[in-house]
Design a protein around this ligand. Structure first.
Ligand code: C6P
Length: 407
């Protein structure tokens, strides 16, 4: 290990698998992380012992189920330093969280001529909801100019923010460039003009300590499945006053206070935004994932993700014919690259033959592909169960890929 993190691969049953006769080298955690046994066991135990709908029935199982889900909410609130678990809304993931903010807050408070500031590195989930909001209300999108290496300078942000700005929405970590964006500085600029600061934390919350108070932001979206939790569960965090002021977007069971034939009033937070039966097992599983991450310590995980990404960048950038995107330093968790003359899908296929799982494509960031002037890239992404041994395997397999296509 090149970091102080001990080898925890034994906690992840899937990592025992052989793929095409090789040890599985899983370098696709930015798409979704693998799950430790403790998370898998927690979900199974829930279904085996306490399965019941939440917040409705008054029997023992329903009580246990509700308590377990609300305990998970409390853990997640502490994990991101929310003021209260009332600010923590369960969603399906980052995508649903961002769409909810755009609908719930954006539709209510934006008007024609207002502006939304984004960056060209945003994932489609942090772009299209704002495009659609802008179309609905007649607002305009503005984009921060990136530095040549894909980083964001605070001065470039200043140029796009003015007194018509109502929303600034930025990823904390890019899922392609691995850049770490200056969220606290941008939030300060947003607040100076009375705009709200939204953060796409899909790639940051799994890899670094998250403190919404220190960042001084207004909304945060992230996904459970990228941080060792189950798929289909994610979080929308918002400041209580903003969530109180916003309108619900999913109408139905459990999000109401009172209903008659013609109208309805809304439940208190967080229920107001959680219409319908939630993903109870997912929420409880995410709580177990937060326990696992917290036991290791997010600062150590941050260091580990940073060291692996920087080391992988350095080694790939030294390979002839390999182009690596984004800054050498500082970066975290993901390294996107291309091999001259070989399509990334072909790279991915040859790597798979060596047991190595990476992602290839536009990574749901087509505007960023245009900015990089490429159609697609290969991308290796690292997490707490990876080590320098996996970087060795990646480098060897890239050399083999080059040899294969030369033939
Ligand atoms: N990026 C990747 O391979 P969902 O799908 O809702 O859990 O997350 C969407 C999302 C939003 N923002 C960022 C920065 C992301 O990286 C992602 C998911 C995956 O890069 C799947 S496309």
């Amino acid at each position: 290990m090149i970091t102080e993190l001990v080898d925890i691969t034994g906690d992840f049953p899937i990592l025992k698998r052989q793929i095409n006769g090789h040890r599985l080298v899983y370098l696709d955690s930015a798409a979704t992380s693998q799950k430790p046994q403790s998370v898998i066991d927690r979900v199974v135990r829930y279904y085996e012992t306490s399965n019941a709908n939440v917040l409705r029935s008054v029997h023992t199982l329903a009580e246990e189920s509700t308590v377990a889900m609300e305990e998970a909410r409390e853990k997640i609130a502490r994990f991101i330093h929310a003021n209260s678990s009332r600010e923590v809304i369960f969603t399906r993931g980052t995508t649903e969280s961002l769409n909810t903010i755009a609908r719930a807050w954006g539709d209510k408070f934006l008007e024609a001529g207002d502006e939304i500031v984004l960056s060209p590195m945003e994932h489609h989930s942090n772009l299209i909801p704002w495009q659609q909001l802008a179309k609905r209300v007649g607002a305009h999108l503005r984009f921060i100019d990136l530095n040549g290496d894909g980083t964001i300078a605070v001065d470039a942000v200043k140029k796009q923010i003015n007194n018509r700005t109502r929303i600034v929405s930025l990823s904390a970590v890019s899922n392609v460039l691995g850049t770490i964006n200056p969220i606290a500085d941008v939030a300060k600029l947003a607040h100076e003009v009375g705009a709200v600061m939204v953060v796409d934390g899909a790639q940051s919350v799994p890899h670094q300590p998250t403190d919404v108070q220190k960042w001084d932001i207004d909304f945060l979206a992230f996904s459970g499945h990228k941080m060792l939790g189950p798929t289909g569960i994610g979080i929308l965090w918002g400041r209580e006053a903003l969530l109180e002021a916003a309108d619900p977007v999913i109408f139905g069971g459990e999000m109401i206070a009172y209903v008659d034939q013609d109208d309805a009033t809304w439940a208190e937070l967080p229920a107001k935004f959680e219409g319908g039966t939630p993903h109870i097992a997912g929420a409880i599983g995410l709580g177990a994932a937060v326990d696992y991450l917290s036991d290791i310590g997010m600062s150590r995980i941050e260091e580990h993700s940073r060291v692996l990404a920087e080391e992988a960048y350095r080694r790939l950038a030294n390979l002839p014919g390999v182009v690596v995107y984004g800054p050498a330093y500082p970066r975290t968790s993901v390294v996107a690259f291309n091999i001259a003359g070989i399509h990334p899908h072909d790279v991915s296929q040859v790597l798979d033959a060596h047991g190595i799982a990476i992602r290839a494509g536009h990574h749901c960031a087509q505007p960023l592909m245009h900015w990089l002037d490429v159609g697609a890239t290969a991308r290796a992404s690292f997490y707490l169960y990876n080590s320098d041994r996996d970087i060795d395997a990646l480098v060897d397999a890239i050399e083999a890929t080059k040899g294969y296509f030369k033939r």
